[in-house]
Ligand binder design. Sequence first.
Ligand code: R2B
Length: 306
Amino acid sequence: MCSRCVCSSQDDSFVKNPHLCDLKEDHLYHLSLNTNMDLEEMFSDVKFVCTGGTANRMRSFAEYVAQEIGHQFPTGVQMKNISAPADRYSMYKVGPVLSVSHGMGNPSMGILTNELIKLMYYAKCKDPIFFRIGTCGSIGHEGGTVIISDDCCDGFLKTSYTIPVLGKPFERRAQLDQGLIIELKDLIDKNDNFKVVSGTTMCAEDFYEGQGRLDGPFCKFSEEDKMQFLYRLSGKGIINMEMESTAFAALTKAAGIKASVVCVSLINRLKGDQVTTPKNVLDEWQKRPQVLVARYIKKNLCCSCK
Ligand code: R2B
């Protein structure tokens, strides 16, 4: 066993892969990081890993968090995209907070989450908490509503994340931390100009047919079929649809990392398929999950980790 892998043999290690011991060096290729770097020096203070769809959103989240927690960058040091050379994801570090874009869909989220878990392991981070702060379509809630996922399921309504591994289906339970949901709900302020609700999230593999939309280039079902499906989901406690939660929930759960998914609805799917809300309104809505998660970070930050 190599010196890096002392804890991979223990149950509480983030990684559970004996093959990692055989690697002389490990390249977290999509993040532009590798184990020849002093990852412990660079990242061991990370406590909160916040992921969201787009590079711009995660840059502005990093700036917002810096303001909220009063983080001061050393004189002459500017916040920079750590993963820029790989040109896949954007990653910003603000003291104990990592703000990282995950792109769209489970495959992109899966690659990122795998590499972030290895990063937490190599950097010897202690009890990091992961968030996805994103967007979704809701079933029965108005645009602008913030939705905390209390569970998630795939498009077959199975509460797991299944991928083909060596030609066979490999299934992991997709489960989110229940305590974190309660803690987030406790942070709702009566003066907030938005509603926060929770329920099960359906994670689709597709934006169009996979979410019962009638407006894609192909569609073999009727408006009535679509509405029946949406009401069936609603009857099962499913209140929103997005495209990354099952990979995120299953992989963090497998690593023993607490995680939560907080999304804002951009559209009530019972009323339509197309997102037509003006950009400035969408931009304001997208800040809402950030407000809640930044509050959580601020509340749970120890004084020494700003
Ligand atoms: C929400 O928005 C994106 C699709 O428009 C996708 O990443 C998701 O989950």
